[in-house]
Design a binder for this molecule. Structure first.
Ligand SMILES: [Zn+2]
Ligand SMILES: [Zn+2]
Length: 257
């Protein structure tokens, strides 16, 4: 007679202890501080996660910006927004899944990651970027990912470069190499502020390629947390283009309204 298979009891003492701890000190959601369900892996509760503001998938052919009137874009093969008709961008396309607006939850989450050092939250947002990027651009058309570099002093102070974490998650998910040292920030620039012209001046000649042969002939996707006027992306793209990059695109977590 074969022995009877008893179902294994899966709860160990660690799980019981974790359950008790959760009852007394439930982990709060990083945004709204309401207690998370036991076993929830994300740093945000379901409600905050669903409230992250999304970019529509259709919009300006270059920067993805939504058209106020969809009819205006209809029938045009590559419709451009007002910004892109004026700007002389070095990159071909820029896309972001999230909208970054004053008082918005996506903005709050990104600021918490960057200045509050919430690496757990940043990892979840990186996962979102990796999962959703293909809905916004043809991710496999690119040869490698380049995170927008911080100056070494700022990176050392912050302890991490958020762009590198984002690029790593996208690279892993889609089998693309990340080149974290291809581009360097050669001077410490003050945080970007002001209008497009002030931002362009602030980052002019701030980036250099370290080993041009690493990027020559490649289609490169720059990765960063936020796209505002495109000044930083264009400064990076200019340096990479001088080194012989065959194509340049930009993927950011969020786009400023
Ligand atoms: Zn919440
Ligand atoms: Zn545009």
């Amino acid at each position: 007679m074969s022995p009877i298979d008893l179902p294994r009891l899966r709860l160990g003492p660690r799980d019981v202890a974790a359950g008790f701890l959760h009852l007394i000190f439930p982990t709060p959601c990083e945004m709204c501080r309401s207690p998370l369900d036991l076993g929830r892996k994300s740093a945000l509760c379901g409600r905050c996660w669903d409230a992250l503001e999304r970019m529509p998938k259709q919009g300006c052919w270059r920067c993805g910006w939504p058209f106020p009137d969809e009819a205006a874009a209809r029938g045009v093969e590559r419709p451009l927004c007002a910004r892109c008709r004026e700007a002389r961008d070095v990159f071909e396309v820029a896309r972001a899944p999230l909208r970054y607006r004053e008082g918005g939850i996506a903005r709050q989450a990104i600021l918490l990651c960057k200045h509050g050092g919430r690496l757990g939250l940043l990892r979840h947002l990186a996962h979102l970027l990796a999962e959703e990027a293909p809905a916004y651009l043809a991710i496999r058309e690119w040869d490698a990912l380049i995170p927008v570099p911080l100056h070494w002093v700022r990176r050392w102070r912050r302890g991490f470069n958020q762009a590198e974490l984002l690029a790593r998650a996208v690279g892993r998910r889609h089998g693309l190499p990340m080149l974290p040292r291809a581009l360097i920030r050669v001077r410490p620039t003050p945080p970007q502020q002001g209008d497009a012209e002030a931002r362009r001046r602030n980052v002019r000649d701030a980036f250099r390629t370290r080993q041009p042969e690493e990027v020559t002939g490649k289609r490169l996707l720059l990765v960063d947390d936020v796209f505002t006027t495109g000044a930083t992306a264009n400064a990076c793209a200019t340096a990479l283009s001088h080194a012989g990059a065959a194509g340049l695109g930009v993927l950011t977590l969020a786009r400023v309204e």
